[in-house]
Design a protein around this ligand. Structure first.
Ligand code: M6R
Length: 608
């Protein structure tokens, strides 16, 4: 998704903007640009493609400046091109704007401006902002931006600078992330904390519908009614090194390897020596639980797949009915919600717009809001009654890996805590599951040691355009997640299916050479899976099964078997997904794809 960064202060703005943009690259983008005020006037430079095109494009230019804005664009309105790249300006380039999000009523505004004689240069929705601000600008930038924003509908984070107001910058947040960084004689704005970590750890988290006025010495935040707001400084404690590749070729493989640590952190921070679960940010009492008769788990993509396992865990351990739903569906389907509903949002970034909109809808209807979030201080976290932070650390690769396994740990802990608190499980029963979970960091390490075998297997299959994941019970959710992982980074048209559904149509697609990855980790469904494997083998499929150590019967029906360490059936997803992540990674590598930044995708989806 688009990334924005801005600087005002005593130092040179261009290096700060370029550094900030480089740290926002992980969000996904197709063009990059900056606008800086120099003593020769406003200079706007923008280029399609990677950030290095921008760096190359400006390297011989004199761009001495102490105020500027920068942007990485992820195309929504208009193709990726130099012209459509941000910043956008008014006619005489005295006002420059960057924008993340979508202006839903931009056509109406554009028509109005065209009638007034404005000629548009780009196909973007953003350009209307620059012309609107221009229309209202009479020497007071804050006032002009406020008036422009009053006419805009949609989701956006914007930053605006003006030639005739060279010592100030105005930024606004509505449903798209925005933070402010505080320095000595300098201040910053950005979409995300990593963009500013080189310069400051003092951050102001901007809330929805707030406007920020920045000069080099002062930052003032206003709410939607124009009242000044006091905001505590948020101290960033994590290291900038955590966002570097640390010797790995890609963030994705680094993050796959960080799973033992992430799982350990997520787990151990919540347990005392007697295996009592302390969900710090979650205050659910027995009384609260008695009042809950339904749970919704709502999320997108990989986080939704974690929600599917959460549904299973809460129903199995805590005995409460759960519906897991995709946020972009949930928000529009008028679900039945009342004060007895617990709504759980799952989100790595905590900024996914559909998830946030679903959360707000559930809140409006009276549900209690819990969230499982990785990014501290993100919008989903801030708008929840209870928050469970996964401790995966920053995730840069667009393909979510360590966020998923830590979300699973979170879901299990929430389910077990609910079960114990409500008396559905005894402490001893809960403790037994916890003891098993404690062995997972080691078990994950063991799976990762087998990565050469998976790489060889991936190298032998990377040209196969027919790859199917199947399973039964909990394995179906892992099959969905595995297929999504493969699709997004390898671009192979793979699909996933509950193995029992094959006969109802899909088996017609199986032919000589189709690769089937058969997840067979569930004991009570093991024999059924063996039958499904035989069915596809009989139609010429090449079958690689994923089973628990000891379940050797699977060898007789499969071409190859990838074993995961023995564990309780209920917990296998945390382990079985890892060989599938490795497979997706190595296939993508063998195909020469941009593994960390796959085409058309963004890390954080802050538009609909
Ligand atoms: O930040 P979120 O967890 O809310 O993101 C949800 C999805 O966009 C995300 O999981 C996406 O599906 C990943 N690219 C999957 O690897």
């Amino acid at each position: 998704m688009c990334g924005i960064v801005g600087y005002i202060g005593n130092n040179e703005s261009v290096p700060v903007l370029l550094e900030g943009l480089s740290k926002l690259e992980y969000r996904g983008y197709d063009s990059a640009g900056i606008a800086v005020m120099t003593n020769e006037g406003m200079k706007v430079r923008k280029f399609k493609g990677r950030l290095k095109n921008l760096e190359e494009g400006i390297k011989h230019e004199n761009m001495v400046s102490s105020i500027g804005i920068g942007h990485t664009r992820w195309a929504t309105h208009g193709e990726p091109s130099d012209v459509n790249a941000h910043p956008h300006t008014n006619i005489n380039a005295s006002i420059a704007v960057i924008h993340n999000g979508i202006i839903e009523n931009y056509m109406e505004i554009k028509e109005y401006l065209i009638e007034k004689g404005i000629e548009f240069k780009s196909e973007t929705d953003t350009e209307v902002i620059a012309h609107l601000v221009d229309e209202y600008y009479e020497g007071n930038l804050l006032e002009a931006v406020n008036k422009a924003v009053d006419r805009m509908e949609g989701a956006y984070a914007i930053a605006v600078i003006a030639k005739d107001s060279p010592d100030e910058m105005v930024a606004v947040r509505k449903d798209s992330p925005l933070i402010v960084g505080l320095g000595e004689g300098e201040n910053f704005i950005a979409s995300d904390i990593p963009a500013l970590l080189k310069y400051t750890r003092d951050v102001l988290l901007i809330e929805n519908e707030e406007t920020v006025h920045l000069t080099k010495d002062k930052v003032v935040i206003y709410d939607d009614l124009g009242r000044e707001v006091n905001r505590d400084i948020f101290k960033v404690t994590w290291d900038v090194e955590a966002a570097e590749k640390d010797g790995y070729e890609h963030f994705t493989i680094k993050e796959i390897h960080e799973q033992p640590k992430g799982v350990k952190e997520t787990l151990l921070r919540r347990l005392d020596k007697d295996n009592n679960i302390n969900l710090d940010g979650i205050k659910l009492t027995k009384e609260d639980l008695d009042g809950i008769n339904k749970v919704y788990i709502v999320a997108c993509g990989t986080a939704y797949h974690a929600g599917l396992i959460g549904k299973y865990a809460i129903e199995k351990f805590a005995n409460i009915p759960v519906e897991a739903d995709i946020a972009s569906e949930f928000r529009y389907r008028d679900p039945f919600i009342d004060e007895h509903t617990l709504f759980i949002a799952v989100s790595q970034s905590g900024e996914t717009l559909d998830t946030l909109a679903s959360l707000r809808e559930a809140k409006r209807k009276g549900a209690r809001i819990m969230s499982v979030v990785n990014v501290v201080g993100s919008s989903v976290a801030r708008e929840s009654d209870d928050v469970f932070y996964t401790w995966a650390g920053i995730e840069i690769g667009v393909a979510s890996t360590k966020a998923y396994t830590t979300q699973l740990v979170a879901m299990y802990l929430i389910a077990l805590r609910m079960a114990e608190e409500s008396g559905k499980m005894t402490h001893e029963e809960v403790s037994k599951v916890i003891e098993e979970l404690k062995t997972f960091p080691e078990k994950l390490e063991k799976i990762l040691e087998n990565k050469d075998f998976i790489q060889k297997f991936a190298d032998s299959q990377f040209n196969n355009e027919r790859i199917v994941f199947m399973g039964r019970g909990l394995d179906v959710s892992v099959a969905h997640e595995s297929s999504l992982k493969l699709k997004e980074i390898s671009y192979i048209n793979s699909f996933s299916i509950a193995a029992g559904e094959l006969k109802h149509g899909t088996i017609a697609l199986i032919e000589e050479g189709t690769l089937i990855l058969a997840l067979a980790t569930q004991q009570k469904l093991f024999d059924k899976m063996l039958s499904n494997i035989k069915e596809v083998k009989a139609r010429g499929a090449h079958v690689v099964s994923i089973a628990k150590e000891g379940d050797t019967a699977v060898e007789k029906v499969s071409d190859e078997v990838i074993y995961i360490p023995e564990t309780m059936d209920e917990l296998t997803p945390i382990l079985s997904v890892v060989p599938m992540q490795l497979f997706a990674y190595y296939v993508s590598l063998a195909r020469g794809n941009d593994v960390d930044k796959p085409r058309n995708l963004a890390k954080s989806v802050t538009v609909e």
